[in-house]
Write a protein that binds this ligand. Structure first.
Ligand code: ADP
Ligand code: MG
Length: 287
């Protein structure tokens, strides 16, 4: 099913967060969205999932304009495009298994949901999802006691329970160390390759986008300024996406690197050249 953004714009007051974006994404693509903090990446994902509404434009899935959906149709859409957040958004005081089962809520009637009773089949499905992510041993632990990497895997398991057509991930590895970042990105890739689920992920590091994504969309000031494969992402394209500092120095790719590639683990101490503002600011949690 074809998925398309047509002239999508979102304003906050006079600020244009997303500006006339046009992209078409075929089912099963793994897409990385990169750009500076404030470029509009999160706003774009949130519009797709309808956490916020576009000011203008259409978001089409097949012949349906999802930006117009209401009620049950809207809830069905939000089930179809599962969201993964930088801060995991689990319920910390509930155990891992229950957190994963919460991914089924949109599949059930309100009464059943309110009673919080899950069927045997749903529990088996949840355990299988946890096994797939290698964290079944945490099933009965409170989610809040897990490491960040484990919590993000729980969030992916919960997303799988939604049986989604699309997974939207907003900087899923920005709070993780390199090894956990790799585990999480590998899990997203696996979902993409095995189930053919479209993955659209905002990434704050270029090298991760290059390593994992067949298509990279670069945003600056709300606009798409690059759309192509990693080989097409030249130094000039990187410059256009991230801009350059006032002194005219070029962008050093290591500045946007978390060194997720194990080969680079030892090599990059994560230093930033003095006098150059960080490309990416730590984002506040966005529940
Ligand atoms: N809820 C909001 N209210 C007002 N302004 C917002 C809101 N969300 C985002 N913005 C603004 O929209 C722009 C794009 O933000 P965002 O989509 O979060 O960028 P990114 O995810 O690329 O860092 C920024 O200027 C930001 O301040
Ligand atoms: Mg963001």
């Amino acid at each position: 099913m074809k998925f398309e953004l047509q002239n999508v714009t979102r304003r906050f007051g006079r600020n244009v967060a997303v500006d006339t974006v046009n992209i078409a994404i075929p089912q099963g693509q793994m897409v990385g969205v990169i750009g500076r903090s404030g470029a509009g990446k999160s706003t774009m994902l949130r519009m797709i999932n309808r956490l916020i509404d576009p000011s203008e434009g259409a978001i089409l899935f097949g012949d349906t304009d999802v930006s117009k959906l209401k009620g049950k149709a809207l809830r069905d859409w939000q089930r179809d495009c599962a969201m993964i957040f930088q801060q995991f958004n689990l319920v910390p005081r509930l155990d891992v298994l229950t957190n994963v089962l919460l991914g089924r809520l949109n599949h059930r009637s309100t009464v059943k949901s309110l009673m919080n009773v899950f069927t045997r089949e749903e529990r088996i499905m949840a355990i299988a999802a946890l096994e797939r992510l290698g964290i079944e041993q945490t099933a009965l632990q409170k989610a809040g006691t897990l490491s960040g990497g484990q919590q993000q895997r729980v969030a992916i398991a919960r997303a799988l329970m939604q049986d989604p057509k699309m997974v939207l991930a907003d900087e899923p590895i920005a709070s993780l160390d390199p090894l956990n970042a790799k585990v999480v990105m590998d899990a997203l890739r696996d979902i993409n390759e095995r189930e053919g689920i479209t993955v659209i992920t905002n990434l704050h590091t270029l090298d991760t986008a290059r390593t994992y994504c067949e298509r990279i969309i670069g945003m600056a000031h709300g606009r798409v300024v690059f759309d192509g494969n990693p080989r097409e992402l030249t130094a000039a394209a990187v410059q256009e996406i991230y801009g350059s500092d006032k002194d005219g120095a070029g962008i050093d790719e290591t500045m946007t690197s978390t060194s997720i590639n194990t080969g680079k683990l030892a090599g990059n101490p994560g230093r930033k050249p003095a006098g150059i503002a960080p490309l990416v600011e730590a984002e506040a949690a966005t529940p």
